[in-house]
Structure formats: C-alpha cells, structure tokens
Write a protein that binds this ligand. Structure first.
Ligand code: FRU
Length: 534
C-alpha cells in the first residue's frame, strides 16, 4: 500500500487491479491450492465476468495465472458465473459453473482440465454437451434465478448430487440434481431444502462437519458422527447465513435442527461485510476451509478512482462448536508466519475511561490478539428483553457511548488524536439469568470521507464472561478489519478507508469506555509482513 494507494492490502488476496467478487472452485490439486474468482478484466465495477485463477502452496502467497474459464460457447457467452469444484474418482477435478447463455438465461455448465499433468491446471475444456442443466417449460425454473452449483457429493446409490440456488416468488430454495456420470443430470422431484419469504438463495454450500474435533471430512460423508451445514448467500440482505442440521440421504432432504433458521436472526458466518463464501476440503491438512468475498464500503466513484474493488477474507478453518449449535472459525495458521515485531502487554487493569496505546507494531498491517477477564459485574447494564437485534444495539450504543461493563476493546486504524478510528469492542449486560456479551465493530469514525458506508456491525457472543475470559483477535490490513470474538464464535469483517490513519500514521489502542475496570489478561500484537500476492 503506497501513499497514492493506501487501501491496497498487505496480506489479503486481491488482483493487481479491477473488480473481483465470489471465490469459485477452490480446491487442492497435486499439493497446490487453487483459487478461482469472479473477475472483470475490464474495470473496477461488476461486469464481463470470467474465472480468474491463482495458485498457492500455503494459502498466504499466491501466483496468478491467465483466466481459466471465460465466455467461449453459446451456453456461457454472456458470462461465466460462480461455481464449485468436485474431485472425481481418480483425483480428477471437475468444475460446475453457471453460464449466461445467448438468451441471458442462467444454465449450468461443466469444464475439466485439459492436461492433468499440469499442477497449475492452466487450461480448461468445456463439455461439448453444455449446458447440462437449464430452465425449461416443463421444469418451470426461473431463468434469472438459477445459479451457483455447489461441490457435488455421492449418495448411497452411487449417484452424484448437486444443489443450485434459486427462488420461486419469495421462497428461497436449493434445487437438487442427480447424475450417474456427472454429465447427464436429472432434477429431483423435491428441492433439498427451501424456506418461505427469504428471496433468492445465491452461492449455496452443503457439507458435513464431524460432531467433535476440528478436522474436515469429505463432502460425501454422512452418518451419526457428522452434522450437516447448509449455507446460503441471501441476495436480499447480502449476508451469508447457515443452519446446522441433518441430511437424510435416502429421502434427499436436509432438516435444520430446531432453532436453526435461515434468516437474519439466525447464524451468520460473519456479522460484518462477508458474502458469497464457500468451503472446500483441504486434503493436505484434513481441515475444511472457508473462503469469502469482502466487498468495498466505498463509493463506486472512489472504486473507479482507485481502479479496483473487492478483496477476499483470510481463509478460515471451520469446525463444529462443542455445543453443536454453531460453527467455529479461525484464520488458517499459515497466516501466522507473516507475524513479525512481536509486542506483548503484561496483564494489567484497564480503568474505566482509559485509552492505552500499543506501540511497536505497524498498526496499518497487524495481527492483534487480546483477552479480557472481568471480575466485577456490578455495574453491568440490565439487558432490556426487547433488545434482540445486536447490530441495532451496537449502533445505538457505539464505542463513544459510556457504559457499565464496557465498551472495552481495540481502537484500530486510529489517527493520533483519535479523530479517525475503527472500534472493535465488547459490552456486557445483565440478562435474565446470565450475563450477555455483545460484540461490536463501530465504523462510524473510521474515515473523514463521508462517501463511505460506515454501518456499525454487531453480534451476541456465546461466551460466559463469569467463567471464561473474553478474547478478541483482529487482522488489520489497511482497509480491512477482520475480527474474531471468543476464539471464533463470532466473526465481523469491516472495510474502512481512513484518510489520516494510513500506512505509518496509523495507531493501535486498547480502550475502556465503561465505568467498571476490566483486566487485560493478555495482549499479543504483531506487524504483518507483506505476502506475495499475484
Ligand atoms: C454472488 C453472485 C452469484 C453469481 C455471481 C456473478 O455475488 O451474484 O450469484 O453467480 O455473483 O458474478
């Protein structure tokens, strides 16, 4: 990030210029990670979509390749939209993706590598029978709402299954197709799942997670030792929502657990800006990894001026929380090799009303991990039972609104006098019979530039502050603040565009704007080295 490009990233994925959106077809092949993504080769706004392609040995440093899949046949001549990789028997990758055809209908296509001995898989050939799935008069599928095939999985009948995002009026659904040979696909009589009044479901993802442990398992695995996750990207609100449930592979239906709902009051991968994500099984390290897109919060005019838009989040390992009720997410460990200039604070009390600078790290490109221990809850505000929307609560009770226990946390990408700062913090309330932890990311003072979207984000964090310490990790990267509360129980990503707190003029602080003192149990911070990205 130079002075004229202060918002470019040091360690988050982005191409040298132009627009990017969804990660596509992420997979491992011959020991290399492959990432494809929605890309406009011609500019900083969405359009002319092709699958750009990069590979990596470590999910941190990336080598660019020529676009892998681009419009070339009637079934994708108007765009090559999102899709996913499936590793077929014998280790052969196959890409199912959405093509926009000559009539501007959304159809599903197949592409396979031209040369399996090339570890970079630079060339792809399209199936001569494309499209493999398409809207017809019989199936009544809406030609403008039929997209984003998932990784396919094998059922007990040895047939492949894949789901595709769709809607019928306001009902969101995932249409199920089956195939014996991966080429001839037959629509199942029932969708795998649907929900009323949710609007279009984009970029679905469907995978098993073991009931215990952090390992990932093959997408085709089912049985008593796994739960299933169905994630959908809700077009209406631009949020990635997931439910945890069971997959009945005889009836081919997915049933979310009681209380697991696919709307904005349910679970989200990220309570900030994060969209169109998908997972893949990392067969090198037996873990499941989640990749997602962080869109800009700047104006289109500013995007055009800087010549680019969109970055990807740091890939996250995902696993089922012990409670079985939510996922846990944590940045892949490989990112830690960029850490340098370690700074730590000894355990200390942070009095109400105090701001302490953490110096010694490059605050515009850093990894910060802090944990707090609360021992006195007397001044905790009582949670009004009507305060059920955490984001709203965070925007009403921002970092500058003095509280009882909290707000306390980090002020990142802060200018010297704090004119500009992004506040990531906790606030603790007295609930019915437990303490309730609110986690917030407050962008309201992130930039003097008024053209940015500075919405405040918030989530309730399922941590008991009476018995556990409260941890917060933030990955700070010039225009990105990606935060993880409670060891990965709630994630919150923000895009911010400081005008004063850029490069070496950015500062990092710990603050407590509550009246009760809180203890910093530990704080570790590092500058992050620049990754070699594209
Ligand atoms: C999600 C999405 C997908 C579509 C792609 C087009 O961001 O709208 O539904 O396939 O982007 O670029």
């Amino acid at each position: 990030a130079s002075t004229d490009q202060p918002y470019r990233t040091g360690f988050h994925f982005q191409p040298p210029k132009n627009w990017i959106n969804d990660p596509n077809g992420v997979m491992v092949y011959k020991g290399l990670y492959h990432l494809f993504y929605q890309y406009n080769p011609k500019g900083a706004v969405w359009g002319n979509i092709v699958w750009a392609h990069s590979t990596s040995k470590d999910l941190v440093n990336w080598t660019p390749h020529e676009p892998a899949i681009f419009p070339s046949q009637p079934s994708d001549i108007n765009g090559c939209w999102s899709g996913s990789a499936t590793i077929l028997p014998g280790g052969k990758p196959a890409m199912l993706y959405t093509g926009i055809d000559t009539k501007n209908s959304q159809v599903q296509n197949l592409a396979v590598p031209k040369n399996l001995s090339d570890p970079y898989l630079r060339e792809w050939v399209k199936s001569p029978t494309n499209p493999l799935m398409q809207p017809t008069a019989q199936n009544q599928i809406n030609a403008s709402s039929f997209r984003d095939p998932t990784t396919a999985w094998l059922g007990p009948d040895k047939k492949w299954r894949v789901i595709i995002g769709s809607k019928i009026n306001r009902q969101g659904l995932v249409i199920l197709y089956k195939s014996k040979d991966f080429v001839n696909w037959v629509q199942a009589p029932m969708p795998l799942h649907s929900a009323k009044d949710t609007g279009m479901w984009e970029c679905p993802d469907f995978y098993p997670v073991p009931v215990s442990g952090k390992n990932g398992v093959d997408t085709s695995l089912n049985g008593p030792y796994v739960k299933h996750v169905l994630k959908i990207s809700l077009d209406d609100t631009k949020h990635d929502l997931y439910t945890i449930g069971s997959y009945d592979n005889l009836k081919d239906i997915y049933i979310p657990d009681k209380g697991s709902v696919e709307n904005d009051s349910g679970l989200r991968y990220d309570y900030g800006k994060y969209y169109a994500s998908k997972t893949f099984l990392d067969s090198i390290k037996n873990r499941r990894i989640l990749c997602g897109w962080l869109n800009e919060s700047s104006s289109v005019a500013d995007d055009i001026k800087k010549g680019w838009a969109g970055v990807h989040a740091i890939p996250r390992q995902v696993w089922l929380d012990k409670s079985g009720k939510q996922l846990m997410q944590w940045p892949v460990v490989e990112i830690q090799k960029l850490r340098t200039n370690h700074v730590s604070l000894p355990s200390r009390l942070l009095k109400g009303g105090s701001v302490v600078e953490v110096s010694g790290v490059t605050a515009s490109q850093a990894d910060v991990d802090i944990s707090f221990k609360i021992s006195d809850f007397e001044k905790a505000e009582v949670l009004n039972p009507s305060w059920t929307n955490p984001q709203l609560l965070c925007s009403q009770k921002g970092a500058s609104v003095k509280g009882g226990v909290g707000p306390f946390g980090l002020l990142v990408l802060a200018s010297k006098g704090l004119t500009e700062n992004t506040a990531v913090f906790f606030r603790i309330f007295k609930g019915q019979n437990k303490y309730v932890v609110l986690m917030c990311s407050d962008q309201s003072r992130s930039s003097l530039n008024q053209a940015n979207d500075k919405t405040t984000y918030g989530a309730f964090l399922d941590v008991d502050p009476l018995h556990q310490s409260l941890s917060l990790r933030s990955l700070i990267d010039h225009s990105i603040v990606e935060s993880f509360g409670g060891g990965g129980k709630a994630c919150m990503s923000a895009r911010v565009y400081p005008t004063l707190a850029i490069n070496n003029t950015a500062h990092l602080f710990v603050f407590n704007n509550g009246s009760e003192a809180v203890k910093i149990a530990k704080l570790n911070a590092w500058s992050m080295k620049k990754a070699i990205i594209n």
